[in-house]
Design a binder for this molecule. Sequence first.
Ligand code: NAP
Length: 326
Amino acid sequence: MIDLEGAMAAARAAAATARLDAPPNPWVGAVVLDDLGEVLATGATAAPGGPHAEVAALRAAGARARGATLVVTLEPCAHTGRTPPCVEAIEAAGVARVVVGVTDPDPRVAGRGLAHLRAAGVEVVEGVGAPAVADQLAAYLTHRRTGRPYVVGKVAATLDGMVAVADGTSQWITGEAARADAHRLRAESQAILVGAGTVRADDPRLTARLGERTYEPLRVVLGAAPAAARVRPCLERSGELGPILDELGALDVLQLLVEGGPRTLSAFVEAGLVDRLAWYVAPALAGPAGLPALVGLATPTMESLRRGRLVAVTRLGEDVRLDVEV
Ligand SMILES: NC(=O)c1ccc[n+]([C@@H]2O[C@H](COP(=O)([O-])OP(=O)(O)OC[C@H]3O[C@@H](n4cnc5c(N)ncnc54)[C@H](OP(=O)(O)O)[C@@H]3O)[C@@H](O)[C@H]2O)c1
């Protein structure tokens, strides 16, 4: 038996299994509970065109869904996309109560899902476990609210903040576990952006290799990529960063991973366009002849120090990943 917070945590765990394949749809999880708080079924969003989490959970519960509670991380959809509206499936299944983590800012939903359910006589409870759900869905929610991707800046640095040694090479500062984690971060992103300097120095493939599967997010190069670079085909863009984010948002990029180098990442930070830093730190020292992770940020006084919010610390073998909202 679990309470509603526990059921929402179970729904989030289900949603995590949909993180890589659901985009550009949101990665949602759902749990069907009986009167005693026993879990009857769980569901997660399938790849686009497949059932949403609510429908997957209701199908798994079958006739037992009648009179039950459906706990779902995101407000159920009220519009017909590639699949029919989830609110109709919930109504048809005879669910008595729907418990929602966060409302959906997508203008096609935006409260209509909950209004539809209430009008149909379904009890609706909002905001259960909302902060954790909002964190899990940050990329989707940012995209729907702003039309731009959620921007994650990734850095692999030494303890003294260097991302390359004196000869300009940086492969590999971090160990295997951190690099495997970074591949997962790539797979979670629909586009990866690097500066032309990084293409010239490292010529990264920018694919995400996860076990048997390879994900190929859209590749974006800031500046002019050398003709022979392996990163093609890709988008090459220069100039203002805001319009580049608008363009990527219109291409259904929910999360953009900015992989550097220092000049590129600094440009994003200075423009206030980074939502989160995924900062991998290796227990290594490069010395002052190395290349600092960020360049050109002026901090003349302590008042101008840019402070972020530490949201996670993860040990990965000998390395550490710090997640910081900036
Ligand atoms: N350890 C790590 O996490 C990591 C990650 C990536 C890279 N690196 C290292 O970083 C080094 C390369 O970094 P870098 O700083 O020299 O180059 P970079 O940031 O990769 O690329 C800089 C280039 O981006 C282009 N650009 C276009 N618009 C820009 C804008 N608005 N702001 C900034 N850049 C813009 C310019 O290209 P044009 O010149 O064509 O105009 C500029 O020369 C390499 O040594 C690489 O190994 C380390």
